[in-house]
Structures are given as C-alpha cells and as structure tokens.
Ligand binder design. Structure first.
Ligand SMILES: Nc1ncnc2c1ncn2[C@@H]1O[C@H](COP(=O)(O)OP(=O)(O)OP(=O)(O)O)[C@@H](O)[C@H]1O
Ligand SMILES: [Mg+2]
Length: 283
C-alpha cells in the first residue's frame, strides 16, 4: 500500500528502476533515460465483445513527456483512462494484464482514491468547478483533510504558479473559475490537478479546445511541468507531439505499433504502419 512517505516512495522507485532497466532494454521500447514510473504489461481491454486494446506493453519514464498518437478510435483515451482507473465504472469494460505505478499494481495494491491522488487527469474541455479560482485549486487538498487556511493559501499559490496562471489571477482568487478564458480555465484545471501533489499527470487532448496562443502556453507548461511530474499526453497534433514529447507511442486499432524517442519516431519510424500514418496515407 502506498503512503505519503517520500523516502519510501523514492526507495520503491529506485528499486523499480533497477528491475525495469533490464525489461526496457529487452523489448524494442526506447531506452529510458529516466526510471520507469508506469509500466503497462500485456494489457487487453474489452468493451463488451469489442477489444479496444490488444496486448499493449509500454513503459512510461519518470519526468518525461510521453505522447500517444494515432487515428480516432485506436484506443489512446482508453489506455490513458486505464492509467488512473477511469474505466472502472464503465459498464461491460473488462481488463486483463498488469499496470504498475512505481512497481505496485494499480488494480491490486491501490485503492482508487489513493491512485487518483498520485495520477491526476486533465481533460480535453476545461472543466472548472462552479466555484472560485481559489476553491477550485483548494478542492483536492481540502478533500485530503487540509483545513488550515494559510496552508491552503500556500498550496493554491504554488499550484497556480506551477500552472503559469498565478500572475493573471492573483488579484482575483475569489472570482469564479468559470469566468476565466478557455486557456486560463485549462491552466486552472492543471493547477487543480497538481494541488494534490500527484506523481503523474494524464492529459487527453488538453489543447484541442484552445486557441493557438493558449495552446502554446499549455505546451510550454508541459515542458516546465515535466521537471516535477511524469506526463502522458494524448494528441492529434503531430507538431505538438514533436514539440513537447520525449517519446511518442503510435497506436492503431488497439495495438501499440511503435514507441520511440520523438525524433526517431517522426524521422525514421521502424514500422511501415507508422510511416504510412505520418505521411497521411491513412487516419
Ligand atoms: N465507454 C465505451 N463503451 C464502449 N466502447 C467504447 C467506449 N469508449 C471507447 N469505446 C470504443 O473503444 C475504441 C477506442 O476508443 P478511444 O476513445 O479510446 O479512442 P481514441 O484513440 O481516444 O479516439 P479519439 O482520437 O477519437 O479520441 C473505439 O472503438 C470506441 O468506440
Ligand atoms: Mg480519445
């Protein structure tokens, strides 16, 4: 069971990294320059009779941006949702295989609440709660039992700074989150996600509802955030994947076709299907 004990978590992480080092070099996945944080092993996922993920194996390194690309319906969001057990409540959804976070099985060793504290999610459409900017960010920490106003103030400020929103909202923290622009709302949602001090941030097409300037800000933010967090980003935008990612995973019909360092995947893909997708032959 995972606790908030940082030194313990660090020890597990190091042990996992040692164990995973061998595994990572065995399959054709990119050499991880950082220890593996999340590991997906032989994952099959079925929605009723429909198999949406087929024997997916992927290691997600710590403090890097891993992007998922591929045509609509190939299973990107499905896999992302598995990483914090968002599929648990989906009727007729069945999962086989193993996903570990720092070596612990997320379906066996975690309860959903502790997992989601470690693995936060940012959605395609910004979805601030109908409450103030401050309360949006303080929501998670309050849920974890933090009551001290000064402590909450510190967390809210730090989270908004990390989300590159502080300067724009510091004088109106009591204003409604829904009163912000779309791009600001998305950064507010990122601040809300990081306020509970997660290890991993999952983002499903986080800029597809944003204008180009807000998109650029969120992309820049991803590059900043990876200093502190492991990021997994689903995107349909190849330029975005190439700008922000350390590694890119290409999916097709529920299969992980190829996972490689970004430059390699875009310039010299190993699989013909990846090359065909990148050159627009399908999808
Ligand atoms: N809740 C669900 N119930 C049944 N089938 C689903 C469900 N969610 C997704 N699917 C199916 O699983 C497959 C993968 O869907 P998913 O949403 O993961 O694709 P995606 O790669 O994220 O696509 P997009 O790029 O359009 O967002 C699709 O065939 C989809 O219809
Ligand atoms: Mg999707």
């Amino acid at each position: 069971m995972v606790t908030g004990d940082q030194s313990w978590a660090d020890a597990v992480r190091e042990a996992t990294a040692r164990e995973m080092g061998d595994a990572a070099s065995q399959d054709a996945a990119p050499e991880a320059s950082h220890p593996v944080r999340l590991s997906v092993q032989h994952l099959d996922l079925y929605y009723g009779d429909h198999q949406a993920l087929k024997d997916v194996n992927i290691d997600i390194p710590d403090r890097e941006v891993t992007s998922f690309i591929g045509p609509s319906g190939c299973g990107k969001s499905t896999l992302l949702r598995c990483l914090n057990r968002m599929n648990d409540l989906v009727k007729d959804c069945r999962i086989e295989g193993i996903i570990t976070l720092d070596g612990e099985d997320i379906y066996q060793d975690y309860n959903v609440t502790s997992l989601r504290q470690q693995v936060g999610m940012v959605f395609q459409r910004p979805n601030p709660f109908p409450m103030s900017i401050f309360d949006n960010v303080a929501y998670g920490p309050r849920g974890l039992g933090i009551k001290s106003h000064s402590e909450l103030e510190g967390i809210v400020e730090e989270s908004l700074k990390r989300a590159a929103l502080w300067d724009e909202v510091k004088d109106k923290l009591k204003s409604p989150g829904l009163g912000l622009s779309g791009g600001q709302q998305q950064r507010l949602c990122i601040a809300r996600a990081i306020a509970v001090k997660p290890q991993v941030l999952l983002m499903d097409e986080p800029t597809s509802a944003l204008d180009p300037i807000s998109t650029q800000m969120v992309e820049q933010l991803c590059i900043e955030l990876k200093k502190h967090y492991t990021l997994v980003v689903v995107t349909h935008n190849m330029q975005q994947a190439s700008r922000i990612s350390d590694t890119v995973a290409f999916f097709l019909l529920g299969e992980l076709v190829e996972h490689a360092p970004t430059a390699q995947l875009f310039s010299a893909p190993r699989d013909q299907r990846t090359a065909d997708y990148l050159t627009g032959r399908f999808g």
